[in-house]
Write a protein that binds this ligand. Structure first.
Ligand code: AMP
Length: 430
């Protein structure tokens, strides 16, 4: 491959990607670990699937007329001439793995969650990237509306664990193969009658994917759609009972929700329950997570009939809210001792002492250039390290070291075990 690099070119990160630097990276990992703990409260266990999958998996599951598959996938042909795609979403891979690894034999319901990176070639905007992180949960093996309820409860629990407050749950039922075709016909005739008032994209979608027209955000379409027939009025009795029972359970749990007859979500595999939770503090692009039931996907991908429900949450937006509202901040472990030395034997001794300190969990850094006390003091103050330990030739002989407390501006000479005791007593949480 020829490179256009000419020695002057500046390398930059790709549009829609992000570098997560120290400080922020700790917040990310700590947040992910909090989500892991919160998932365990509900009996969910983590599944990790590959970053790449066969392109056809997504065409088959997400649907080829969806934006994700038709416009946004990063796909390529590998050296073995296989069609490969960087995962644009999590559910398809989880279902593939569920079948491929015979999780069908596990005791039901099978409760899984994932934390991963995803890729979509879409227009980058506030909180929206081409490479992004999602947490997702999936539950296989039960049709009960109690599973939908618990899934929504889990979603609230996770958001509340992240310190989020102004949460709005929107809910809809989009029926099943028994009742949706009739509604689809009624919707198509409504949309055709109002064709001229719709945007070109919606006109185009009317035949291919009419339900998606319902969540067009353009004002002109919104006006037309305000009068559109609502799917909940065309549900078969099984779907209607399922939806009403879910609402009853949510009310019993005091989980507030709004029924939104225009909520459909951008994937073809959903049926019955669809939901989104947003935060009013993020403005219009506010969906933090979205999900729903997908009772036919496992079968569509070659497995036995298996009802399922799940949701996915974008972590970039969640992190944005956390940073804007300071709702939770995780405390990053920092260096407690900086060892000053003068090179040669004293550097050697410093490395040995640092090793002993680290073995008892005292975070320690060494002046690896042996530049003496003044330079070390400068560095320790700049990095806000609370203790400076000085190791010179006399200290090596006596095995007694000078420990300077840079916050209290005091110093003491002591052996290694007393140093450990002193530092640990101050930082009981070390
Ligand atoms: P979806 O997978 O489209 O149902 O989206 C689930 C959640 O993932 C959304 O509510 C967003 O918060 C988030 N999300 C989707 N696409 C992106 C993206 N390109 N960048 C950041 N977050 C995203």
């Amino acid at each position: 491959m020829n490179s256009p690099y000419n020695g002057f070119m500046k390398f930059t990160r790709l549009i829609g990607t992000k570098d997560i630097l120290p400080g922020e990276s700790y917040q990310w990992i700590a947040l992910q670990n909090r989500l892991r703990e919160a998932s365990a409260h509900f009996g969910y266990r983590e599944i990790i699937t590959p970053m790449i999958e066969m392109t056809h998996l997504f065409i088959h599951s997400v649907g080829d007329v969806t934006d994700i598959v038709s416009k946004e996938m990063y796909h390529f042909r590998d050296k073995g001439d296989r069609e490969i795609t960087l995962k644009p979403e999590g559910t398809s891979s989880v279902v593939r793995a569920y079948l491929e690894n015979h999780l069908t034999d596990w005791t039901k319901p099978v409760k899984l969650y994932y934390l991963d990176r995803y890729f979509r070639y879409e227009k980058p905007q506030k909180g929206r990237y081409r490479e992004f992180h999602q947490y997702g949960a999936e539950c296989f093996g039960s049709e009960s509306p109690a599973v939908d309820t618990e899934m929504i409860q889990l979603a609230f629990h996770l958001l509340q664990c992240m310190g989020m407050k102004e949460l709005v749950l929107q809910l809809n039922s989009i029926g099943c193969p028994a009742c949706r075709p009739r509604y689809r016909e009624i919707l198509v005739s409504f949309l055709t009658a109002h064709e001229l008032a719709l945007c070109p994209e919606c006109r185009n979608r009317t035949d291919k994917n009419p339900l998606r027209v319902l969540d067009c955000k353009k004002e002109t379409c919104q006006k037309v759609l305000a009068e559109a027939p609502a799917i909940v009025e065309y549900l078969c009795s099984d779907c209607a009972v399922h939806f009403l029972t879910l609402q009853k359970y949510l009310q019993a749990l005091s989980l507030p929700f709004q029924c939104n007859p225009r909520l459909v979500r951008g994937f073809d595999y959903y049926n019955r329950t669809v939901f989104e939770i947003s935060s009013t503090s993020l403005g219009s692009q506010s969906a933090l997570l979205g999900g729903g039931r997908y009772d036919y996907l496992v079968e569509m991908l070659g497995g036995p009939s298996t009802p399922a429900v799940g949701f996915a949450m974008g972590l970039e937006r969640a992190m944005m809210i956390i940073q804007e509202t300071n709702s939770i901040l995780f405390h990053e472990p920092s260096t407690k001792i900086w060892i000053a030395n003068f090179g040669g034997e004293t550097l050697h001794e410093s490395l040995t002492v640092a090793d002993s300190l680290r073995r008892v969990d005292v975070n320690t850094e060494v002046d690896l250039e042996g530049k003496g006390i003044k330079k070390s003091l400068e560095i320790a103050l700049k990095k806000e390290i609370p203790y400076l330990l000085i190791i010179g030739e006399d200290e090596i002989k006596s095995q007694q070291y000078t420990l300077k407390d840079l916050q209290l501006k005091s110093q003491q000479t002591m052996g290694l075990s007393d140093i450990i005791h002193t530092v640990k007593a101050r930082y009981a949480s070390l």
